[in-house]
Design a protein around this ligand. Structure first.
Ligand SMILES: NC(=O)c1ccc[n+]([C@@H]2O[C@H](COP(=O)([O-])OP(=O)(O)OC[C@H]3O[C@@H](n4cnc5c(N)ncnc54)[C@H](O)[C@@H]3O)[C@@H](O)[C@H]2O)c1
Length: 290
């Protein structure tokens, strides 16, 4: 399959990432996008989210009202998995649980056309294990977008061990059509971006636990010393400490190497319900949950 053969995209998961990816694809291509979720509330929220992204894109001059209207019409929210039957590309952004993703792809395998490409937006789970739940491992690939997906420039592609080169080529070209800079990475725990990002956040948490300095000073050291827009502790709070811990555990388990062990301070904060910005408290305190 060529990237130009991708005319219908089935976006599974209409949450934070799925809704933004659906918006991105509809505005950057002429594809029809089926946006699917098991939770009706999530689909409603996604429609409102897409309207908000559209309004802001028009206000900032990124897209004309006419083009936006055409794009939004091509996003169809659906709650029946069978709507995936006409898809050329499926992108999955559901819960970050291997068995849940495997179950979905196994069902899609019997619904979709034999040539349909399956992509997962997982941040750290093994693509090869996701592919093993299907009979089309050659056509399964990791397509890791960053948040907010319609704005962030990077797309990390992760072929599994059986992914065919022409599938990598087609998805690379499709990613470029979406305006992304594409990097490709072997299917190893945490890929490039999650692994390196988590190592820095984890080490910052160890530094804090050891009393090396205050959270403010640790973050200033990295943001000003290395020109990072945000310090690692603030970034971990932004991502969510529960999400970070889950990714760290996946990387630790995947390599079986103690150097990736999650910092006990992160475990303690998560067990106390201090998950970062979303609960109003993590490494830092925020004025009310947001
Ligand atoms: N949030 C981020 O910054 C980010 C960045 C990159 C990748 N990711 C990855 O993207 C995926 C989604 O993350 P998110 O932040 O959008 O999560 P989210 O919780 O906002 O959305 C997940 C959606 O999936 C739906 N869902 C769950 N199980 C389902 C199933 N079996 N079938 C259909 N729908 C189902 C939920 O109802 C929800 O609407 C995860 O794999 C995550 O690791 C997230």
């Amino acid at each position: 399959m060529n990237s130009t053969d991708i005319k219908t995209v089935f976006m599974a998961g209409s949450g934070f990432m799925g809704s933004a990816i659906a918006f991105l694809i509809a505005t950057k291509t002429n594809c029809t996008v089926y946006l699917y979720d098991i939770a009706p509330d999530s689909l409603k929220k996604a429609e409102a989210g897409i309207a908000k992204m559209g309004k802001s894109s028009v206000e900032k001059g990124f897209i004309s009202q006419e083009k936006l209207d055409d794009a939004v019409k091509r996003v169809k929210t659906v709650s029946d998995l069978k709507e995936a039957a006409s898809a050329d590309l499926v992108i999955e952004a559901i819960a970050e649980v291997l068995t849940v993703k495997q179950e979905l792809f196994s069902k899609l395998d019997s619904i979709c056309k034999p040539e349909t490409i399956f992509a997962s937006n997982t941040s750290s789970l093994p693509i090869t294990s996701i592919a093993a739940a299907t009979k089309r491992a050659k056509q399964v690939i990791g397509m890791h977008f960053f948040s907010p997906a319609h704005i962030m420039k990077l797309l990390e592609l992760i072929p599994g061990i059986d992914t065919a080169p022409d599938v990598v080529q087609a998805v690379t070209a499709f990613g470029e059509q979406l305006g992304k800079t594409v990097i490709t990475c072997k299917d190893m725990p945490g890929f490039i971006t999650t692994r390196l990002g988590m190592v820095l956040m984890n080490e910052a948490a160890f530094a804090l636990m050891e009393g090396l300095s205050t959270p403010e000073e640790i973050d200033k050291g990295i943001s000003l010393g290395y020109n990072h827009p945000m310090g690692p502790l603030a970034l971990a709070d932004f991502v969510g400490l529960d999400i970070c811990l889950h990714a760290m555990e996946t990387i630790h388990k995947g390599f079986g190497d103690p150097k990736y062990r999650p910092c006990p301070l992160i475990r303690q904060l998560v067990s106390a319900g201090h998950l970062g910005r979303k609960t109003g408290k993590g490494f830092f305190e925020y004025g009310g949950a947001n």
